[in-house]
Design a binder for this molecule. Structure first.
Ligand SMILES: [Zn+2]
Length: 301
């Protein structure tokens, strides 16, 4: 089973990113209409369709595909998925729309960050017809019949991010407005990839999301949490702490490897989990977050 029930009519799909369970989640909201929130990598599309099948949903029954932001682990599969979903509209933040329509620059930028081989493994997104996209500015409410959700602009991790709030269930699908929360590493790890980390905005976003009084938090990386305020506050706090760790290292000319090693050590000490027991995806995520913080400090010295 790659799906599980989170609340009435709310389900999680493990996209088994790059063959690894427990690293990238998508979520399904099922009223009389169906919404898929997040898509996983392009190479995870088959798994996401399998997850929907497991939930008894055929692709033609999906009404909305909602990539929370255009990063490849969230939106990479959107173009491929909607080829199988004739009536699905794509809901995305307006700043992300141009990248969904023409992902060329996004692919170039991701390739410069991750390298060609990694992008091969993630898969390259295919462009989406503009006519199929509903753009969200600050907020958009969508009625699914028996269930509804609000897409809220949630910048900080990326300017083109939305979080999804399902008011009837008090469920928040935060996207990367929350750090990574792996069950096996009991600390919140900021997810701060280059190029558009904005810690001030991220703090405002986590504060705003905390005011929703959600009782369940669904994290893309990874899973269900009930300590919603704690995770939101820790995301804000740890992001500041990681920047404080990286700043002097950068000033003394440390390499990316050294910076990533320092953050790994910090996570290990705080969590009591040995670095060799970190999930692979967490290791990769820490390194990419180190890159993002270095890039942020470069721009804001
Ligand atoms: Zn992500």
């Amino acid at each position: 089973m790659i799906t599980s029930k989170v609340a009435d009519n709310v389900y999680m799909v493990d996209t088994v990113a790059l063959g690894r369970p427990g690293s990238v989640a998508a979520y399904v909201l099922k009223g009389s209409k169906v919404a898929l929130v997040d898509c996983g990598y392009a190479t995870s599309s088959g798994t996401v369709l399998e997850g929907l099948r497991e939930l008894g949903i055929t692709p033609s029954e999906v009404d909305y595909v909602v990539p929370t932001h255009v990063h490849l682990d969230h939106a990479g599969g959107a173009g491929e998925l909607i080829r199988h979903m004739p009536r699905a509209k794509v809901i995305a933040q307006e700043r992300g729309v141009p990248h969904l329509v023409d992902p060329t620059r996004l692919i170039q930028s991701a390739t410069s960050v991750f390298g060609e081989a990694t992008i091969d493994a993630y898969g390259r997104p295919t462009g989406i017809d503009k006519e199929r996209i509903l753009a969200v500015g600050e907020e958009l409410h969508v009625d699914l019949g028996g269930l509804s959700f609000t897409a809220l602009h949630a910048p900080g991790h990326a300017p083109h991010q939305i979080s999804i709030y399902v008011g009837e269930r008090k469920v928040l699908i935060a996207a990367d407005a929350v750090g990574a929360v792996y069950p096996s590493v009991p600390v919140v790890m900021p997810v701060t990839p280059p190029p558009s980390l904005d810690p001030e905005q991220l703090g405002r976003t986590t504060d705003r999301l905390a005011q929703l009084d959600a009782e369940t938090l669904l994290a893309p990386h990874f899973g269900v949490r009930t300590d919603v305020r704690h995770v939101l506050e820790e995301t804000k706090k740890k992001t500041r702490e990681w920047i404080a760790t990286v700043r002097p290292l950068r000033q003394s000319g440390s390499s990316l490897d050294d910076v990533a090693a320092a953050l790994r050590k910090q996570v290990s000490e705080e969590s009591g989990v040995s670095e060799k027991d970190f999930p692979t995806y967490a290791d990769v995520s820490i390194r990419i977050s180190a890159m993002g913080i270095l890039h942020f400090l470069e721009k804001n010295q």
